[in-house]
Write a protein that binds this ligand. Sequence first.
Ligand SMILES: *[C@@H]1O[C@H](CO)[C@@H](O)[C@H](O)[C@H]1NC(C)=O
Ligand SMILES: *[C@@H]1O[C@H](CO)[C@@H](O)[C@H](O)[C@H]1NC(C)=O
Ligand SMILES: *[C@@H]1O[C@H](CO)[C@@H](O)[C@H](O)[C@H]1NC(C)=O
Ligand SMILES: *[C@@H]1O[C@H](CO)[C@@H](O)[C@H](O)[C@H]1NC(C)=O
Ligand SMILES: *[C@@H]1O[C@H](CO)[C@@H](O)[C@H](O)[C@H]1NC(C)=O
Ligand SMILES: *[C@@H]1O[C@H](CO)[C@@H](O)[C@H](O)[C@H]1NC(C)=O
Ligand SMILES: *[C@@H]1O[C@H](CO)[C@@H](O)[C@H](O)[C@H]1NC(C)=O
Length: 428
Amino acid sequence: MSFKKFLASASIVGLAVAANNSTLTTATPSVDSACSFSDFTATASSQVQSVAACSTAVGSIYIYGDSFGTVELTGVEQIYGDLHINNVTQASAINAPTLQLVSGELEVNGNTILSNLNLAQLTTVGSLNLIALPALEQTGLTAGITSADEIIISDTGLNSLAGINVYKLKVFNVNNNDDIETIDSGLQEVTDTIDISHNAEKVDVTLDQLTSANNIYLQSINSFSAPNLTVANGSISLSSSSNEKFELAELTSIGKSLTIDNNDELEELDFPKLTSIGGALEISENENLKSFDGFSELQTIGGSVNMNGTFDNGTFDSLSRVSGGFTLKTDGELSCEAFNKLNSNGDVRGDKFQCEDKVTTSSSSSRKSNSGSSTDNSADETGSTTGGSGSSSSGGSSSSTRSSEGTSNVGKLASVIAAFAAVGVALF
Ligand SMILES: *[C@@H]1O[C@H](CO)[C@@H](O)[C@H](O)[C@H]1NC(C)=O
Ligand SMILES: *[C@@H]1O[C@H](CO)[C@@H](O)[C@H](O)[C@H]1NC(C)=O
Ligand SMILES: *[C@@H]1O[C@H](CO)[C@@H](O)[C@H](O)[C@H]1NC(C)=O
Ligand SMILES: *[C@@H]1O[C@H](CO)[C@@H](O)[C@H](O)[C@H]1NC(C)=O
Ligand SMILES: *[C@@H]1O[C@H](CO)[C@@H](O)[C@H](O)[C@H]1NC(C)=O
Ligand SMILES: *[C@@H]1O[C@H](CO)[C@@H](O)[C@H](O)[C@H]1NC(C)=O
Ligand SMILES: *[C@@H]1O[C@H](CO)[C@@H](O)[C@H](O)[C@H]1NC(C)=O
């Protein structure tokens, strides 16, 4: 099996535009027809040799199979297309010391004994995918990558990300690398997703130059530093991690949700400049988190609020609008008083308000009904929440939590429970 198809003129318009001033934007090299193909597949060393003879290759190269001890690509400098080296299960080395550029995807995947990857001159790549390489301890990126769209490092034996020196990316995904204990990157902007999960048990993540991001998913990490991050257009989550503190000192807005859950050692949250969360706020199952002070400027939450834990302290001093429902359960010293007030002010717009504290023997939960005329803001209801907005026809149940400002707590609670029960029948 050799060159499958020859293309007279290699058209490489629309190549991946690597982010940090890539050389790739308009490149259309003309190459010898032997070095231009749509797909080139090699399962033996002799076939790899014929492609390695091309200093510039245009087309995608697939190398796989168990006939290789070493995959020898010395000679090839630029590949306008993909390079996939997969399932070369008997290969301990991949040698591509002259390779500088892969415009598409460079995938090295499923090579179980690969321990020596030589990518000494590689600087520019569309997507670098190092996946399922348990014996690989070093990236082999001597010059270092300075231009890429996506970096995906998954399930490898790597102990560092040395040589990944990019500033702007779409995707930075580092997962399931048991020996990576530190991730310290100069990334400035990641426009799609940062996903760092399940690496070494105590991985410290430092992204001190990061200013702008979209989604940030963190799982099983030990610390996270992003002191320059000002905006996250997507969601942020921190889960199952051992951070004692989660601080984003400059962050002003989160486009979608913020989720902080199952972090057993977490004691402190600090989001001093955060003013808006576009989606939901969830803070749950963080055993040692006694306080959710730390959101002093937070004004709006576009989704619902869902929190539980042993909270002693916690306020949202600036919060004036929650577009979804609100659920807070604490078995610490924190009182529901302030949150009941938030609800009775009309700041919680969603269908559901529930706050349970230590002194509330039964839950002061409510399903709000719009069928009555006592609510003053039903026109503002966004309709973005699920449930029974306007769907209740149970005539007598329209007494809403909001009308009971002056009544005693007992009376209030009773009316809330009554409303809940009556609407509940209609809803479920
Ligand atoms: C790329 O580099 C050139 C010159 O160094 C600079 O003028 C230009 O603004 C850069 N473009 C981007 C997108 O960074
Ligand atoms: C990539 O971006 C960094 C930081 O903005 C800059 O220092 C570096 O010169 C850029 N590289 C290229 C090749 O433009
Ligand atoms: C590697 O081989 C396995 C079967 O042994 C196959 O399922 C998998 O798709 C192959 N991976 C790649 C990347 O070709
Ligand atoms: C924030 O970014 C600036 C410029 O990129 C850098 O000089 C500074 O060290 C960063 N701040 C921190 C705390 O790392
Ligand atoms: C975030 O959104 C703003 C406004 O739409 C945009 O200018 C910025 O580039 C986005 N940042 C990222 C990292 O997606
Ligand atoms: C806390 O909230 C989470 C997420 O909503 C939920 O899965 C969990 O069951 C709750 N735990 C308690 C004790 O209410
Ligand atoms: C809770 O707040 C009180 C005063 O409002 C303060 O004395 C106490 O130290 C706080 N506890 C925590 C754990 O922040």
